[in-house]
Design a protein around this ligand. Structure first.
Ligand SMILES: Nc1nc2[nH]cc(C(=O)O)c2c(=O)[nH]1
Ligand code: SF4
Ligand SMILES: [Mg+2]
Length: 299
């Protein structure tokens, strides 16, 4: 059920300016808005700190060259837009909304759109929540769709909605007890209500979600990203490429060799070549692109 417009909030991990490190817009100066909350469990996840919503934690607002600002994590779209404007070093930038899984927050994303003026709004998402993607697609200028190999995914978890009473982490205002009482009424409190669309579990669920997402983006400005990690038979990626070739054949495909973190390995060079050739055999427009922001050592 959509949230009441005046009460739309989402948990913000961080807002910062950087250069886009992945996909079609690599190298572009952008602002990143990272929302917390992800029910998925990619084995090579590079942002596990964004899995939990943690309304008690602070949002990190980073303007280059200035000390990090710590703010209330639970933010309205208006507040997020103010932070975006505050971290931009110069002219307004394209805003990339990432996570976590930003499609946990479709109402928030829709409500943010009119607050960004003529900035472009890009979305970094996994192909796991087609209903939520359909809800936001008309306000998104570019979708960067990560396609996941089912064998790269551990069991998803469910994100529970959180009623914030009063404001999480803040004591009730002793001078205005009537307000504190109001806030304790769940009808009046802010609620972190992630989408109720369930995450894929089985291989079949994943195939269905992926295909629905590809059908949605086929006529949209979009790119597909596939993380290739070490130790996987190159043929495993065929099911992803075959779906792209059938459903969104004009969409550029970026192969991202996994950044070695934790136990994850980068792919062998020969395997990478084979994966690329398998995609090319299907007529796909494919490029290899490691995470450039990691290579630069920036956020
Ligand atoms: N520079 C930079 N580019 C990015 N592209 C996608 C990112 C993400 O975390 O989704 C990301 C990120 O975190 N930083
Ligand atoms: S979808 Fe993104 S945030 Fe969620 S587990 Fe995968 S890589 Fe991590
Ligand atoms: Mg990422």
């Amino acid at each position: 059920m959509p949230q009441t417009p005046s009460r739309i909030v989402a948990p913000v991990v961080e807002v910062f300016a950087s250069f886009q490190g992945e996909g079609s817009f690599v190298g572009e100066a952008q602002v990143f808005l990272r929302l917390a909350g992800c029910p998925l469990r990619c084995l090579w996840c590079d942002t596990p700190g964004s899995w939990a919503m943690r309304p008690d934690k602070a949002a990190r607002i980073q303007r280059d060259g200035e000390p990090v600002q710590r703010e209330d994590r639970v933010a309205s779209p208006f507040q997020a837009a103010l932070w975006i404007a505050a971290v931009e070093p110069g002219e307004p930038r394209t805003v990339s909304i990432t996570g976590g899984e930003p499609l946990m927050w479709p109402d928030f994303i829709r409500a943010l759109r009119p607050m960004l003026g003529n900035r472009r709004m890009h979305l970094e998402t996994a192909g796991a929540h087609p209903e939520s993607l359909a809800r936001v697609l008309d306000v998104i200028d570019h979708v960067s769709l990560d396609l996941k190999l089912p064998s790269d995914m551990a069991e998803p978890v469910e994100l529970e909605r959180v009623v914030l009473t009063p404001r999480e982490g803040e004591a009730a205002d002793a001078d205005r007890p009537e307000e504190a009482e109001e806030a304790e009424d769940p009808e009046e409190a802010d609620v972190l209500a992630p989408t109720t669309e369930t995450a894929p579990r089985t291989r079949e669920d994943w195939a269905m979600a992926r295909r629905r997402c590809l059908d949605l983006i086929q006529d949209h400005d979009a790119c597909v990203k596939v993380v290739v990690s070490g130790g996987k038979p190159p043929r495993e990626y065929d099911e992803l490429f075959e779906d792209v070739a059938r459903r969104a054949p004009n969409c550029p495909v970026f192969i991202a060799p996994a950044t070695p973190i934790g136990g994850v390995r980068a792919p062998e060079f020969q395997d990478l070549v084979t994966v690329v050739e398998n995609a090319r055999d299907l007529g796909l427009d494919v490029r290899v692109l490691p995470q450039v922001h990691r290579m630069l050592g920036i956020a």
